[in-house]
Design a protein around this ligand. Structure first.
Ligand SMILES: NC(=O)C1=CN([C@@H]2O[C@H](COP(=O)(O)OP(=O)(O)OC[C@H]3O[C@@H](n4cnc5c(N)ncnc54)[C@H](O)[C@@H]3O)[C@@H](O)[C@H]2O)C=CC1
Ligand SMILES: CC(=O)C(=O)O
Ligand SMILES: [Mg+2]
Length: 370
């Protein structure tokens, strides 16, 4: 198969769809890999590194999109990239379609076979291609939140862990999955007072086993969310209903009643955000303030630690890239129900119920198209 790896073009996005060692795995199997010039330069991979792994370097994204049978990326295709997609071309990347109507429409119009990392599943009920980036973003969320609490950013001027004689900050994490548990690990390490809310009892039990009395694991209801958010110095939004737009659990009213100078890091912003006041920001200009609450809503947080993130992502995606390349999408999807769950749009049809519902589009079961 001919595989194309374009350079990422989202703001401050230095991750790359494949590292040279992944390219080698594919070229050794007889696949052809085109990499856009300087695609990995931001994280220390030169064109020569890719050439030594068997890739060919092309000068423009246009050439990559024109020649590749499968495009392997990191972030959702931007408008100029969507315009280059072709019928029957495989697109394998993060998509986050439920909060993004223009992207959904254009992927439908492209006729491409669009497989989203974030909805691929595994036998344990997990999301194996979202998990590594959620680990990164969860850990980063505490760093970002700690900065947001500094006076210069508009925060209350609190140190997360306090100091002897001064109380620590209260960190409230909504959603105790990958993002939430990794955020908790960092917040505990920094000495904060940590509460996690989740609506899954099993998840609360797991958090209790993992962290013991160092976190308060609380069942999530409208009431408990309101109570803890209003007491919080820092709120981390880490909820997910796979495929769907994030539920708006933190209301405009909550924001207006939160403490002056408190902060919210809405990691779920890539699915639209779980705060009503959340709107996506960039690494260049990551925060804004509403009602004296500092908001950090960067939709590609792992892009800031692009080297760590690219390796972590590639470790997870490589087996699926190989499967798609070796077997072709029809056989790969037919024989792997978990990869099939990743299919979001194919040949003009939306194959994820939550995305179709979010946009009032027709839903067609993926199985019926393969
Ligand atoms: N902004 C960024 O750069 C990044 C964002 N993310 C996003 O972070 C979000 C969380 O991802 P993961 O932790 O991997 O998901 P996950 O599936 O591991 O965890 C989500 C948790 O939310 C819980 N939940 C659902 N509804 C809830 C409610 N009403 N109240 C409390 N908890 C609720 C679920 O029970 C689950 O435990 C996703 O939207 C993901 O796309 C992930 C990585 C990077
Ligand atoms: C998952 C996601 O949105 C990211 O890694 O940027
Ligand atoms: Mg206020």
């Amino acid at each position: 198969m001919i595989i194309g790896v374009p350079k990422e073009i989202k703001n401050h996005e230095y991750r790359v769809g494949m590292v040279p060692s992944s390219v080698r795995e594919l070229t050794q199997k007889g696949h052809k890999v085109y990499v856009e010039t300087h695609a990995g330069e931001g994280i220390g991979f030169t064109n020569d590194d890719y050439i030594n792994a068997g890739a060919e370097i092309l000068d423009t994204a246009a050439e990559i999109f024109a020649q590749a049978e499968m495009i392997v990326k990191v972030k959702e295709p931007q408008a100029v990239e969507r315009a280059m997609l072709r019928h029957d071309q495989i697109l394998f990347t993060y998509l986050h379609l439920a909060p993004d109507l223009p992207q959904t429409q254009e992927l439908v119009e492209s006729g491409a076979v669009c497989i989203a990392y974030e909805t691929v599943t595994d036998d344990r009920g997990g999301l194996p291609l979202l998990a590594p980036m959620s680990e990164v973003a969860g850990r980063m969320s505490i760093q970002a939140g700690a900065m947001a609490l500094e006076k210069s950013k508009g925060g209350r001027g609190m140190l997360l862990g306090g100091v002897p004689g001064v109380e620590p900050a209260k960190v409230v994490i909504i959603g105790g999955g990958m993002v939430g548990s990794n955020a908790a690990q960092m917040a505990i390490g920094m000495g904060a007072d940590v509460t996690i809310l989740d609506r899954s009892i099993d998840t609360l039990r797991r958090l209790n086993v993992q962290f013991g009395s160092r976190v308060k694991a609380v069942y999530s209801t409208a009431d408990s969310i309101e109570r803890h958010v209003l007491e919080a110095d820092l709120v981390i939004g880490g909820v997910l209903i796979p495929g769907a737009a994030a539920p708006k659990l933190i209301t405009r009213d909550h924001i207006s009643r939160m403490k002056k100078g408190s902060a919210i890091v809405d990691v779920a912003i890539d699915q639209g955000g779980c705060a009503e006041t959340a709107k996506a920001t960039t690494h260049q200009d990551p925060t804004y303030i509403i009602d004296d609450v500092v908001h950090y809503c960067v939709a590609n947080m792992p892009g800031a630690v692009a080297r760590t993130s690219t390796f972590a992502l590639n470790n997870a995606t490589l087996p699926y890239i190989i499967k798609l390349a070796d077997k072709g999408y029809k056989s790969a999807l037919k024989n792997d129900k978990h990869l099939l769950n990743g299919l979001n749009v194919m040949h003009g049809k939306v194959t994820i119920q939550e995305v179709a519902e979010a946009h009032g589009m027709e839903y067609v079961a993926a199985e019926s198209l393969i």
